[in-house]
Design a protein around this ligand. Structure first.
Ligand code: LLP
Length: 435
């Protein structure tokens, strides 16, 4: 493919990343030059901005000003302890989906009473662990799970606080793998069955029914699916309460999208102003509200720094081979997801620009991070993969015996190492040779 010559240019803040900007030719997060972090800590390297996380949280807090609301960070998006600590210190609760996640919340200083436990497949031992810790609520996803939870709670002489996840059958207009609120998804109970299942829950002596919950999908960039889902859920709240069960809270889940590639999701405060007026109009404005945002709190707070190992021109495609791979950044391989890729340092002088597939070293054709990207790169250059704060490190694997990357948290001009790079010895620690 034919290379072209371009002159270096400087940009300002990057779309969606208010705390990442070029200062002259160098890309900076808050007050720190990213290339110096790559040089000092090696690559691949995840770097998160504390200010970006807190500013994303502040948008929700503005939206809920004056309301009885609890923000439970959906920690599956990024469950690193240093990240959880930021949200715990800011007063957040947590949405968990496993006993392991509960251990992480407690290790990071989070409060069990502000934890809600979601997921279709909670085990008895996870239920016991969560009851022992005194979590705030179980978001139950089936009748069978209600029965088991009641039994487990009774065996501990406790009553488990529950809300039932209802499936509003609303199309969130997102990738099919991350849409969860449609009929045919494994999540929640159907709208039609909800009233009967609430009655059943009320009859189980190991349970205390406290709320209702829904979550329709992830990376939602439109307001309408939320408004539709709220209408459907409020119809049920009215029916359940008319049937004699008072609900203390309504949990609207998470799912708000971020800007990966000219996406234009509503701002959290704007979305919630609209949702709250609907809630008020339908007479439920005084109810306690819960939400479970994940991606929108951390996605654009993080970048993954990587080095160009080789540039490999080809007849049909040019490849830019980097040291980050699908084990570090699984979203392109899993969802054909787009992550912007930019240089850490605009090169001085004219550079050759070409169109590349940006790929990792893993032995799979699916190991691509970006396709058909116009870049002016050579071996040794450092790049940043943007929007890498959510569902990257938390989904990272050791495929090809690649150690998981290190993670840093930037706070102004201070840099904290929140995860050391993983060695091969650490990966092999739990394995045994046959005697
Ligand atoms: N609550 C429940 C019950 C969920 O299942 C999820 C995400 C959330 C909250 C948080 O949703 P968020 O605000 O982050 O959209 N790995 C995929 C995303 C999977 C989302 C699963 N559930 C990706 O990388 O796009």
């Amino acid at each position: 493919m034919t290379p072209q010559h371009v002159s270096p240019g400087a940009a300002a803040t990057l779309p969606g990343h208010p705390f990442v900007a070029y200062h002259g030719a160098a890309l900076q997060m808050e007050d720190v030059a990213l290339s110096s972090l790559a040089a000092q800590h090696g690559t691949p390297l995840f770097v998160y901005s504390k200010a970006a996380m807190l500013s994303a949280l502040a948008a929700y807090q503005r939206g809920f000003a004056g309301r009885d609301a609890q923000i439970c960070y959906a920690m599956k998006a990024n469950s690193s302890l240093g990240v959880l600590q930021v949200f715990a210190q800011a007063g957040c609760g947590f949405d968990i989906v496993s006993g392991g996640e509960l251990d992480r919340v407690l290790a990071a200083g989070g409060q069990a009473s502000k934890v809600i436990f979601s997921g279709v497949g909670k085990t008895r031992s996870e239920m016991r662990q969560a009851l022992q810790a005194g979590i705030g609520c179980f978001n139950v996803e089936s009748e069978a799970e209600l029965n088991v939870l009641s039994e487990v709670a009774l065996s501990m002489s406790l009553r488990a606080p529950v809300s039932i996840r209802v499936n509003p059958n609303v199309d969130p207009k997102t990738h099919p793998y991350i849409s969860t609120g449609l009929k045919g998804n494994k999540f929640g109970v159907s709208h039609e069955d909800a009233l009967r299942i609430y009655r059943h829950a009320g009859s189980l002596s190991g349970l205390r029914v406290v709320g209702i919950d829904c979550h329709i999908g992830s990376q939602i960039t439109e307001t309408e699916p939320y408004l539709d889902a709220m209408d459907r859920v409020l119809d049920l709240v009215a029916g359940i309460e008319a049937d004699g069960t008072v609900l203390e809270h309504i949990d609207f889940g998470g799912g708000l999208g971020i800007n990966y590639n000219s996406d234009t999701p509503p701002a959290a405060d704007v979305l919630w102003t609209q949702l709250l007026s609907k809630l008020d109009a339908r007479g439920f404005g005084k109810k306690k509200l819960m939400i479970e945002p994940g991606r929108s709190l951390v996605g654009n707070a993080g970048v993954c720094l990587t080095e160009v190992l080789y540039v490999k021109p080809g007849e049909q495609k040019n490849f830019c081979i980097i040291d980050a791979a699908m084990n570090d950044l699984p979203r392109p391989a899993m969802y054909q997801a787009f992550h912007a890729i930019v240089p850490l340092q605009h090169a001085a002088g004219a550079r050759t620009q070409a169109v590349y597939d940006v790929v990792g070293p893993v032995c799979e054709s699916g190991d691509w991070i970006g396709r058909d990207r116009t870049l002016a790169v050579q071996a040794g250059d450092q790049l940043a993969v943007l929007s890498a704060g959510a569902y990257c490190m938390s989904m990272a694997s050791n495929y090809n015996t690649r150690g998981r990357a290190a993670e840093l948290l930037v706070d102004g001009s201070t840099v904290h190492v929140i995860r050391e790079r993983e060695s091969a010895a650490e990966q092999m620690r739990h394995e045994r040779l046959v005697p």
